[in-house]
Design a protein around this ligand. Structure first.
Ligand SMILES: *Cc1c(COP(=O)(O)O)cnc(C)c1O
Length: 396
């Protein structure tokens, strides 16, 4: 049965949200791989590091695990239209699941601030795509008004059924680890739903007696979109300080996150931390994850950047076991990757801001395409000079 092949619905006993399993809308999401990252572990200064790659879902991001849940509810309730505001991945997921169910979908995305790979998906899956001349937070405002005037089922991340679906990777992760609980799980933070969904999954497993304790869930934001981090620094999380978000990690380019209270509760109940990562730190971490043959989209790489900081601060120790949640596939934003490798990603000021320690790491990782005459000698010379270069810049 299709529901048994889904990494979300095979946990349906813990997911009592549809009355009839025949109404489930699935693309066989979940069942994502867990990779070890030995070189990234070494770079971060720990012995044991795994990545749960949620980018290996049908539409290339973790949003599928929540979307299969919420879209199934929309279908069961007989809605004809579904809608979301999105930095890209939610709309890709919603458009795909709506198309499977034969529902119409409408996507609001901020103009010019989303990765082309994601935008192409919502068109490919047949959504009505509306680019509003505003940012993500502006899209949310319009949509919130629209749902009061037109019978649309809202699929933003505040939708409670999405959270139910997004808690299942926590269960799957522990199943893959044979119920050995890691000390830390690290997730990126944008609209701040995912961290709390995973914490919910761990907490429920703990209540059911499946695990003896819960891992610390830490949330990492981009420095340019850091409202939770900033609020914790400035008022201990009493109130959210919205920011004007700006980061190349477009999936987490959110200044006024809807689920910040839930995220705060997740940090407090699990004992995790909130950190931030600069644009340069994100790019370096992304290239390092790529260099292990795994790859991820920029937003996912904040997890490794944040891990390095938490280790440096002594909050994570060498022997503790850490799992990074890689939220999106590397092909979601290939422009970012190409610009990075061509050294065209950063402004001069940003380049100057890269620390002396990190400069050679970037230099060794960058692999821009080399244009040559079609002659073996020319290729050989390029190969030799490349080997000399990587030899000089490779960290010991
Ligand atoms: C949506 C998304 C995030 C942020 O998740 P939130 O639940 O909004 O915090 C991070 N990475 C990727 C790739 C995403 O698509």
């Amino acid at each position: 049965m299709a529901v048994d092949q889904s990494g979300v619905w095979r946990f349906r006993d813990l997911l009592p949200i549809v009355d009839n399993p025949d109404n489930v809308v699935t693309l066989r999401e979940g069942n994502t791989p867990l990779y070890d990252l030995p070189r990234c572990a070494k770079l971060a200064g720990i012995d044991w590091l795994l990545a749960k790659h949620q980018g290996m879902n049908p539409t290339g991001s973790f949003k599928d695990t929540g979307m299969t849940a919420a879209l199934s509810v929309a279908a069961e309730r007989g809605f004809e239209w579904v809608a979301c505001a999105s930095t890209g991945n939610t709309s890709a997921a919603m458009a795909a699941y709506a198309a499977r169910a034969g529902l119409r979908s409408i996507v609001f995305i901020p103009e010019g601030k989303i990765a082309w790979g994601k935008l192409s998906q919502s068109m490919d899956y047949g959504a009505l795509t509306i680019q509003l001349k505003t940012d993500f937070d502006g899209c949310v405002r319009i949509l919130t008004d629209l749902v009061t005037r037109f019978p649309i089922y809202l699929l933003n991340s505040v939708n409670p059924y999405r959270l139910e679906g997004q808690k299942t990777p926590a269960i799957e992760l522990l199943e893959q680890l044979e119920w050995q609980v890691p000390e830390h799980v690290i997730v990126p933070g944008g609209n701040l739903a995912n961290g709390s969904a995973l914490a919910k999954g761990f907490t429920e497993m703990h209540h059911l007696g499946l695990i003896p304790r819960i891992p610390k869930v830490s949330i990492i934001q981009a420095e340019g979109a850091n409202p939770l981090y900033r609020s914790l620094q400035e008022n201990g999380g009493k109130e959210l300080i919205p920011v004007k978000a700006n980061t190349r990690a477009t999936a987490i380019r959110i200044g006024n996150p809807a689920s910040w209270r839930k995220a705060l509760r997740a940090l407090r109940t699990t004992g995790g931390w909130c950190e931030q990562a600069s644009e340069q730190e994100i790019a370096l971490a992304k290239a390092q994850i790529g260099a292990e043959g795994v790859g991820c989209e920029p937003a996912s790489a904040v997890t490794l950047a944040g891990l390095k900081k938490l280790v440096a601060q002594g909050k994570i120790t060498r022997e503790e076991r850490v799992v990074l949640v890689l939220t999106g596939h590397t092909l979601k934003d290939s422009d970012y990757t190409i610009n990075y490798h061509r050294n065209e990603l950063f402004t001069e000021a940003e380049n100057a801001g890269i620390s002396a320690d990190d400069q050679p790491l970037h230099a060794a990782l960058r692999k821009p395409p080399i244009v040559l005459e079609p002659e073996s000698d020319a290729v050989l010379r390029a190969l030799e000079s490349h080997m000399k270069l990587t030899h000089l810049t490779q960290p010991a």
